[in-house]
Design a protein around this ligand. Structure first.
Ligand code: 2HA
Ligand code: ZN
Length: 269
């Protein structure tokens, strides 16, 4: 028995999570337990689900998130591997609900898998998105090799330096990642400071934010779209690094070509 039985819409969302987890592993972005996924699934919760008893005691989130009362999330489990989640999302993650005090959650299904250690930061981002009226319901943290490599140079940590370079590698990059790539300086993984800096960057109108020397944090309407944005950006970084590996600095599209692309596709400047 699974909470996904006879819930086709909810199952479709969790199937996307499993599919993305498989891509993360295949791409080499998810070593060991690396990376996290959380999805706000509240819109697919029905009355029968709401009536289900919890299978854990109430546990503190570690922070108070006023917008999340009564919200439900699918969360990757702490210490769980993406490659295992790809095969069995409900044994390597769980469905939780936030209690009315906005400070505790309980696990509802399928198994008592404790959610990601990054739960406070992921839930803080979801709280922010709801407060802003954003349609985004999924957040993804992963370790894309070439994008992380870029953050080992001061040059690419300057505001929008990496964005401009990546956009100019191949026209699709700006078309499919029109807000570019935010940069958050190195901070301790799982820290409140990192969560706060991430929200500030997302508020600065980025969907995808780099954590210096660590990984990427992306938000979008669903997990597949969040993955697509990271995939497109990392592809551009691979093209840059391939050119460098061939011994030259790539020219990049010209400013006039970028301008034409923005005009024709109605992209932000
Ligand atoms: O949870 O990647 O940064 C695994 C991570 C944390
Ligand atoms: Zn990480």
């Amino acid at each position: 028995m699974s909470i996904l039985d006879n819930r086709a819409a909810l199952k479709a969302e969790i199937d996307k999570v499993a599919e993305v987890a498989g891509y993360l592993w295949t791409k080499g972005w998810a070593e060991r337990n690396g990376g996290n996924i959380t999805v706000n699934i509240t819109q697919w919760v029905d009355d029968a689900m709401r009536a289900l008893p919890a299978i854990s005691e109430p546990r503190p989130i570690g922070t108070v998130l006023p917008r999340l009362a009564g919200c439900w999330f699918y969360c990757k489990g702490t210490q769980k591997r993406m490659r295992d989640l790809a095969r069995d999302p409900m044994a390597n993650g769980s469905v939780i609900r936030i209690l009315p005090d906005c400070a505790h959650y309980e696990i509802v299904a399928d198994a008592p898998v404790a959610p990601t250690s990054e739960l406070p930061s992921h839930l803080s981002v979801h709280n922010y998105l709801l407060a802003k009226g954003s349609p985004y319901r999924a957040s993804l943290h992963t370790h894309p090799i070439e994008l992380v490599a870029l953050t080992h140079s001061k040059k690419w940590l300057e505001k929008d330096a990496a964005t401009r370079m990546l956009w100019s590698m191949i026209p699709e990059t700006k078309a499919f990642c029109p807000r570019g790539l935010g940069m958050v300086p190195y901070m301790l993984p799982s820290s409140v400071e990192l969560a706060d800096a991430t929200i500030k960057a997302i508020d600065g109108d980025y969907d995808v934010v780099m954590w210096e020397k660590h990984g990427v944090f992306a938000v979008d309407t669903d997990i597949m779209s969040a993955f697509d944005q990271v995939d497109v950006l990392n592809k551009a970084a691979q093209i840059y690094l391939s050119a460098r590996g061939m011994g030259f600095e790539p020219d990049g599209m010209t400013d006039a070509q970028m301008q034409e692309l923005s005009d024709v596709f109605g992209l932000p400047k």
